[in-house]
Design a protein around this ligand. Structure first.
Ligand SMILES: NC(=O)c1ccc[n+]([C@@H]2O[C@H](COP(=O)([O-])OP(=O)(O)OC[C@H]3O[C@@H](n4cnc5c(N)ncnc54)[C@H](O)[C@@H]3O)[C@@H](O)[C@H]2O)c1
Ligand SMILES: O=C(O)C(=O)C[C@]1(C(=O)O)C=C[C@@H](O)C=C1
Length: 369
């Protein structure tokens, strides 16, 4: 692929454009908001404005409600040989494109399973998609009454995914939508529900927020407009999962009420009910793939105290590097009301001793993991 057009220079479009530009693809940038195009271009994502001729691939990275019309427009104007979108839902936009008379052969639905609670070009990064699944939903000949996805477009999309360092996964559109209802759309709503409990909570409780609630509520900061769009295109599958969760909630409330009972038999039934849920949670959690989609690795933590001064994090990473230790993952825990916090460095179990020794020698204070 030599040339591309990225339409929608927000978080996802600019991240893809940065990755493509870094690998030598000539990228043109478009957005209905010219300020966003300017920002993306200034970050090195590509050049402002439409191409003069036809580019190899157009990447439509606009909110789900606008995908079909944007794809149809790119096709009508002959701006690209192939068009993909990156929307979080796949069935609805494809059907809408067919209704608008778009060409299903030169269009391919796609969805990178990477993102953030932040939006806009300033949140973008070239390595956002590294090692992440990137779903493709090609259609076979005869489906939607026409030709199937052109092989050329499929190959261009595979090249884009390779250039972004992601891992292609081929799925049928509606099966994709049912899968992401479980692994993305329901978690978004639950995160919002948990965070919503804090809205009018007492300040004395909010001050005690620790890492658990930070983990569970990060995505509650996401853009409501975008998520209304996503959920409007996938309401049934998400509602089915929430209904099953409601049954779990009801069972757990019942178990906790039993724990309040004066009768020992009822209390132990309540404890068993709560324990069963927690064990099911353990069993589900171990199925979540780790970095690069592999089975979750078992890392050990080294927890280092840092002060809230510029450059502290970089210094820890440099010192870990000096010990020859690869940091597999990192978490930061801010200490409430203090100019300090803890950095949890996740490393291979065999590397813990060497890392601790090196950090201690270099003056870092550590807490037991
Ligand atoms: N945010 C995530 O975590 C994530 C992850 C994977 C996929 N997606 C999908 O990627 C797409 C983009 O999401 P984002 O997070 O980058 O959003 P964003 O808000 O950061 O960017 C969307 C951009 O599209 C532009 N836009 C809107 N309508 C347009 C139109 N008709 N023509 C041209 N530009 C238009 C907006 O001005 C904005 O710059 C969405 O379809 C979303 O479902 C998002
Ligand atoms: O990491 C995040 O912030 C995300 O929520 C990204 C996430 C997800 O649910 O995994 C959100 C929506 C997208 O469609 C794809 C990815």
């Amino acid at each position: 692929m030599r040339t591309a057009l990225v339409l929608g220079t927000g978080l996802i479009g600019t991240s893809a454009a940065l990755a493509l530009s870094a690998r030598g693809v000539r990228v043109h940038l478009g957005d209905r908001d010219p300020e966003r195009v300017r920002t993306a271009a200034s970050l090195g994502a590509g050049t402002e404005g439409e191409p003069e001729g036809t580019v190899d691939l157009a990447v439509v990275a606009v909110p789900p409600a606008h995908i079909a019309s944007a794809v149809a427009e790119v096709q009508r104007r002959g701006l690209a040989r192939g068009v993909i979108d990156v929307g979080s839902v796949k069935g609805g936009p494809a059907r809408e494109l067919a209704r608008l008379g778009g060409d299903p052969a030169s269009y391919l639905g796609s969805h990178p399973m990477a993102g953030s609670e932040k939006s806009g070009p300033l949140a973008a990064s070239a390595d956002l998609f590294e090692g992440r699944p990137w779903v493709l939903t090609p259609v076979g000949a005869g489906s939607q009454g026409g030709r199937g996805t052109d092989t050329e477009v499929l190959n261009l999309a595979l090249e884009l995914i390779a250039l972004c360092g992601a891992v292609p996964v081929v799925m049928e559109a509606d099966a994709h939508d049912r899968a992401v209802a479980l692994v993305s759309h329901m978690p978004q709503l639950l995160s919002s529900m948990v965070a919503a409990r804090l809205e009018s909570a007492d300040e004395t409780a909010v001050r005690l927020c620790g890492q658990g609630i930070r983990d569970v509520t990060r995505i509650a900061a996401s853009d409501p407009g975008m998520w209304v769009d996503i959920l409007s295109a996938n309401p049934g599958p998400v509602a089915d999962i929430l209904a099953a969760l409601a049954r779990d909630l009801e069972g757990t409330v019942g178990a906790l009420r039993s724990l309040e009972s004066a009768q020992e038999g009822e209390r132990s039934a309540g404890a068993a009910g709560v324990e069963e849920l927690l064990r099911r949670g353990n069993a589900g959690r171990v199925r979540v793939p780790g970095k690069h989609g592999q089975a979750p690795a078992v890392y050990e933590s080294v927890i280092v105290m840092i002060s809230d001064r510029p450059g502290e994090l970089a210094r820890i990473f440099a010192d870990a590097g000096a010990a020859g230790v690869n940091i597999e993952d990192v978490r930061i825990e801010h200490a409430t009301g203090q100019q300090a916090g803890y950095v949890q460095l996740m490393v291979e179990p065999g590397a813990v001793r060497a890392l601790e020794r090196e950090l201690r020698e270099r003056g870092w204070a550590m807490r037991a993991a």
